[in-house]
Design a protein around this ligand. Sequence first.
Ligand code: SF4
Length: 438
Amino acid sequence: MQQVSPKVGFVLLGCPKALVDSERILTQLRAEGYQIAPSYDDADLVIVNTCGFIEEAVRESLDAIGEALAENGKVIVTGCLGAKNNVVRKAHPRVLAVTGPHATEEVMRAVHQHLPRSHDPFTSLIPPQGVKLTPRHYAYLKIAEGCNHRCTFCIIPSMRGDLVSRPIGAVMQEAEHLVKAGVKELLVISQDTSAYGVDLKYRTGFWRGRPLKTCMTELARALGELGVWVRLHYVYPYPHVDEVVPQMAGGKLLPYLDVPFQHASQRILKLMKRPASAEDNLARIRRWREICPDITIRSTFIVGFPGETEAEFEDLLAFLEEADLDRVGCFAYSAVEGAAANALPAHVSEEVKQERRARFMRLQEKISGRRLKRKIGKILTVLVDETGADGAAARSSSDAPGIDGTVHVAPSPKVKPGEFVTVRVKRADAHDLWAEAV
Ligand code: SF4
């Protein structure tokens, strides 16, 4: 008699790091013969991978758990909010188990307990690159977990612990599997990519029988040999970041740096416990652009941090004007439970925070629009994400999936999903480009 495989539903909330955790759990589930159910009705049990970064994310995660309980009834909670076991248990005492982030083994133990696995040998035939939640042509490559910094607005270190880097040989092997499976763009992620290897004292590992030091520069160099796009995210502005920029200029790495600067006022940066000053950062940006004029710099900032004065906010606007960044995200400070910054004096009112955020974004729109306009008439290589009757949504080296802009390409037989195509830029606004295949 044929055995029926138990089915697990999966709800994913949160950032690319949570996505990679989900991929690990899904890969393990498939490896053990579980099926992934597309709806609550089809599932024998549901796993909810939560986010707990800001209050809004906590609310959204608690709502998702509530929905899964109402629709299915058997729910395991994992992810960042799961690290606050008591918050989840208080809101939803009926959940079967709660784990923190990066806890594939714990989640699997809970699954085994509440939904014993079947033993169909055929279902363990999963592809070597594992189960991917992203489209086939790009994938996130998580190189480390946790963080050694203690930024006062952030609770990630208390949830995910100190930095633990993956061995460089394992990271390279995963990257190679992904490329063999058709991935054309690798997005390197961690909490602090430039700190990769610090915890291992930059230990030497091996890939293709060759010694490689566990550090960002050597990893970037090795990834650059795979012949696909390699994009670096969450790069803390340490001086040694300068070492990867020549690789970008040489075409081995995408000329793209995602560097969270967070603020420009020296006093606020200190209150945030962020190293580096605004002047250092401006000098660094200038140097990067000298070495690699085509570099795209993305950053994120927080406005309305406790104690931020109007003058300090204006310093930030002046920095923004001078830094002339391509892509920028801006958050109004939100007090996350457990963050050290909550104890700081002189919290900024919600109204002022929102007003500052709007002013910040207005200025950045002008800057982004100005920078994108310079691309009109240029020839670019883009990677096509989707095609439809109206044309295609694609991305250039300046656009990371989900957070940056889109290159809208006019319909053409040359344009195929998951493939590179060469285009000429016709039009731009503050976020996106419009182009035609050449
Ligand atoms: S660098 Fe700061 S903001 Fe980023 S994860 Fe570490 S503590 Fe949090």
